[in-house]
Design a protein around this ligand. Structure first.
Ligand code: AMP
Ligand code: ZN
Length: 113
């Protein structure tokens, strides 16, 4: 499958990884919107939260816990961070492989635009 995040998970294209385990990879976003802007992906291809099935519950939990690991690795676990799953066009999803944005390192505004 020609999926850029599958290729990052397999190590076929480079990424600045901050944390990984057998199920999840966390790396720096190419176009950061905060001092810390990481992406956390499952190694297995799932399109987005809308495409997740009951059989993906474990994978979804692994991604959320991966966000905590990534935030700790980037030094924002205590100061705070935001986790965002953009899903489909109105949310601005551009890469159709489930990913969590982990944003931190400054006071984030609310609500998001
Ligand atoms: P979204 O718009 O929610 O689908 O988020 C996709 C994110 O992936 C964007 O913030 C992009 O900057 C980021 N991105 C795309 N390609 C790469 C890449 N090769 N390495 C790191 N981040 C990427
Ligand atoms: Zn993929």
């Amino acid at each position: 499958m020609d999926c850029i995040f599958c290729k990052i998970a397999r190590g076929e294209i480079p990424a600045k990884k901050v944390w990984e385990d057998e199920n999840v990879v966390a790396f720096h976003d190419l176009e950061p919107h905060a001092p810390v802007h990481l992406l956390v992906i499952p190694r297995r291809h799932v399109v987005n939260v809308g495409g997740a099935e009951a059989t993906d519950v474990e994978l979804l939990g692994q991604v959320v816990l991966g966000c905590r690991q990534a935030a700790e690795a980037a030094g924002v676990a205590e100061s705070g961070f935001r986790v965002v799953f953009n899903t489909n066009q109105d949310a601005g999803q551009t890469v159709p492989h489930l990913h969590a944005h982990v944003l931190g390192g400054r006071a984030l505004t609310w609500p998001p635009g």
